[in-house]
Ligand binder design. Structure first.
Ligand code: HEM
Length: 85
């Protein structure tokens, strides 16, 4: 799904890390440069999802998941991850 993401706010890894379901109520996950808000998901309660923590870029980890990236279709990208490398 191609979305219009050029207007999305940019967040750093440090800002993303605070939305891990522990420090703040928000639960965010980054995938391929976009940040998704998964706070409403029962499967990401407290920021934990099958041994994966929210608040991070989990692009590489999705390769080992039993599902594709279509799981993000129902979530809205709320920001972009700042590229520091
Ligand atoms: C071994 C690791 C993982 C396991 C066992 C796992 C398992 C599951 C299962 C069983 C579901 C619900 C059924 C489905 O949609 O297929 C699900 C949903 C989801 N997964 Fe994973 N997953 C893993 C890793 C990941 C990773 C690394 C990400 C992020 C990059 C991710 C993101 C999601 C999202 C966003 C949903 C949708 C949640 C919802 O609809 O409420 N998963 N996962």
């Amino acid at each position: 799904m191609e979305i219009e993401d050029d207007k999305l706010p940019i967040y750093t890894k440090a800002q993303l890390a605070l939305r891990n379901g522990q420090d703040k109520p928000a639960i965010w996950v980054a995938y391929k440069g976009l940040i998704y808000d998964v706070s409403t998901s029962r499967l990401w309660k407290n920021g934990m999802h099958y041994e994966h923590w929210a608040g991070q870029d989990l692009t590489e980890e999705l390769i080992d998941a039993p599902h594709s990236n279509s799981v993000f279709d129902k979530f809205q990208a709320i920001g972009k991850l700042f590229k520091d490398t």
